[in-house]
Design a protein around this ligand. Structure first.
Ligand code: ADP
Length: 528
């Protein structure tokens, strides 16, 4: 250890009481102290906050922390204040402050007392604040939840797009972007929008080896299925996510009637009730919270033993975030999702009222959820692939922790079919999404295929010995192996990769898993 390393270890102990850094924290902090633009991608609970809090506390000047949620900012400020005898060490600057309070914040910053200033992105656009911040030393700007900058994230906030130009007005200050959303597309967007392609990037693994992933067909008996599941986990804490408030209420009621201690949580309840229900869950006065996605932000209960998705989520990012609340202590965490294609259609219908670009993105993200739910390969491999991470489903940590791996479907040789599929993608010259590729294989015409005259090509219908479901399943599996790639800019156009071209030249065995059969549920979920 050199003197700098000893120094930051000492500071870690002094401020936070920890004797070791977690994961990549030390490297991140060193990068920030070196005044480098820094990009941190770590799953929730990875310890991102400390990555900017510690360097802020030990450097000259004030660090600006941009964060999208006022409640989270307040929590963080309280936590920092508890580490110091000075209240002024951290402040929030927002529109709810009185003139006197603003004057105090400015005074504390000017005197060098304030080390962390939390601001919402819209407050930063205020000229008055920008002018003030130009006049004081700023150590760096941390942008928390940086995925909000990307339309491809699950939580796009247009105000985040203005951040770069505002930061430029503050002079040459390093930027640190932090996110728990790891898809390659979102990462690229963040770096581009913050104009920091030179950033030191630190990406932690998103693998959660202690989580068990399972998808069940959603049928009419879903409620009794959930009750049975919870009774098998008697006395353990769990969260059930539903997409509508109405469903939250009705499921909570059904559970209560069946002797399970459960409370509802959604944005339609008044603040007092929400806080009460959240506390009851944290204090273990109830076992189960039935909630919309409004529940969970900043909830740090280490021993949540199961997360159930009554309805499928809108994206795999949301799914990962929500399931990530299970097993934070490294113990058991069962993630059970119920899937029915009808839910997908409902979500699509719900999105159809939105602007076209937003719709296209929404559909593409939802398609990934469908692919995840329907896959028969290792769910962990599928999820991690989505986040740009390769996972060895034979030897990787947690490799046997999902339903598909524990109860494998039959595998069948599909070498010749893979060649056929790859050839069609190559020969149709990268114009089609999966649907048209499969239609071309089975020889089905639609308007798009007609417009491109693909139905007149010799290969049209060359895969008609198998059905649509078979080809869709094969296509998904080939995508994950990397012979094909999905172009997200064009909302899902399928392209062949160099490995795919090599496969056509010298094919090898390809054992395909037979896909799951799904029957559809007739459930009354209303999306609100
Ligand atoms: P994230 O923002 O990535 O979701 P947090 O910053 O909230 O993660 O940290 C998650 C938890 O890890 C917190 O309870 C925090 O106190 C703890 N933590 C962070 N760094 C360390 C460390 N070096 N040693 C032990 N615990 C840590």
């Amino acid at each position: 250890m050199n003197s700098n390393e000893i120094e930051i270890h000492k500071e870690l102990k002094k401020y936070f009481g920890f004797s070791q850094f977690k994961g990549l924290q030390e490297q991140v902090i060193t990068s920030i102290l070196d005044k480098k633009n820094t990009f941190v991608i770590m799953p929730t609970g990875g310890g991102k906050s400390l990555c900017y809090q510690l360097p802020a506390l030990i450097q000259e000047g004030t660090a600006i922390v941009v964060s999208p949620l006022i409640a989270l900012m307040k929590n963080q400020v309280d936590a920092i204040r508890s580490l110091s005898s000075e209240n002024g060490i951290a402040h929030v600057l927002n529109s709810s402050l009185t003139k006197t309070e603003i004057a105090q914040v400015k005074k504390d910053i000017s005197s060098g007392l304030t080390k962390l200033l939390y601001v919402a992105p819209e407050s930063l656009t205020k000229e008055e604040y920008v002018a003030f911040l130009q006049s004081v030393p700023i150590s760096f700007v941390a942008i928390d939840e940086a995925h909000c900058i990307s339309e491809w994230g699950h939580d796009f906030r247009p105000e985040y797009r203005n951040l770069r130009s505002i930061i430029k007005q503050l002079g040459k200050v390093p930027i640190i972007g932090l996110t728990a959303t790891a898809t390659p597309k979102v990462q690229e967007d963040i770096l581009k929008n913050l104009d920091m392609s030179d950033a030191n990037t630190f990406k932690a693994s998103f693998n959660r080896p202690n989580l068990y992933y399972e998808v069940r067909t959603k049928t009419k008996s879903i409620e009794s299925d959930i009750i049975r599941f919870i009774k098998q986990h008697k006395g353990k804490s769990g969260i059930i996510y539903c997409l509508s408030r109405k469903k939250v209420e009705s499921i909570a009621e059904v559970l209560q009637v069946n002797g399970i201690s459960a409370v509802p949580y959604h944005a339609g309840l008044d603040a007092k009730t929400r806080a009460k229900h959240q506390d009851m869950f944290l204090m273990e006065d109830v076992d189960v919270v039935v909630a919309t996605i409004a529940f969970g932000m900043g909830i740090d209960k280490p021993d949540v033993r199961f997360v159930i998705h009554h309805d499928i989520p809108k994206s795999l990012e949301s799914y990962y975030q929500e399931t990530g609340r299970a097993g934070r202590d490294g113990g058991e965490g069962h993630c059970l999702a119920y899937y029915s294609y009808k839910d997908v259609e409902k979500l699509e219908k719900f999105m159809s009222g939105k602007p076209v670009a937003e719709q296209e993105i929404g559909f593409a993200l939802l398609q990934e959820v469908v692919a995840y739910a329907e896959t028969s390969m290792s769910r962990r491999k599928f999820l991690l692939h989505y986040f740009g991470e390769e996972f060895d489903s034979e030897t990787g940590e947690g490799a046997d922790m999902d339903d598909n791996v524990r109860n494998p479907k039959n595998k069948i040789e599909a070498k010749d079919q893979v060649v056929k599929l790859l050839e069609i993608v190559r020969d149709t010259k990268h114009i089609y999404k999966s649907k048209e590729i499969v239609f071309t294989l089975i020889g089905r015409i639609n308007a798009v295929i007609k417009a491109h005259k693909t139905d007149t090509q010799p290969y049209f219908g060359s895969g008609s010995d198998h059905d649509e479901k078979y080809w869709m399943a094969l296509l998904r599996q080939v995508l994950v192996t990397g012979y094909l790639s999905k172009d997200i800019e064009t909302y899902g156009v399928i392209k062949i990769t160099q490995e795919g071209l090599d496969f056509i030249k010298s094919p090898v065995s390809f054992m395909m898993s037979e896909d799951h059969e799904y029957t559809e549920a007739d459930d009354e979920t209303v999306v609100t």
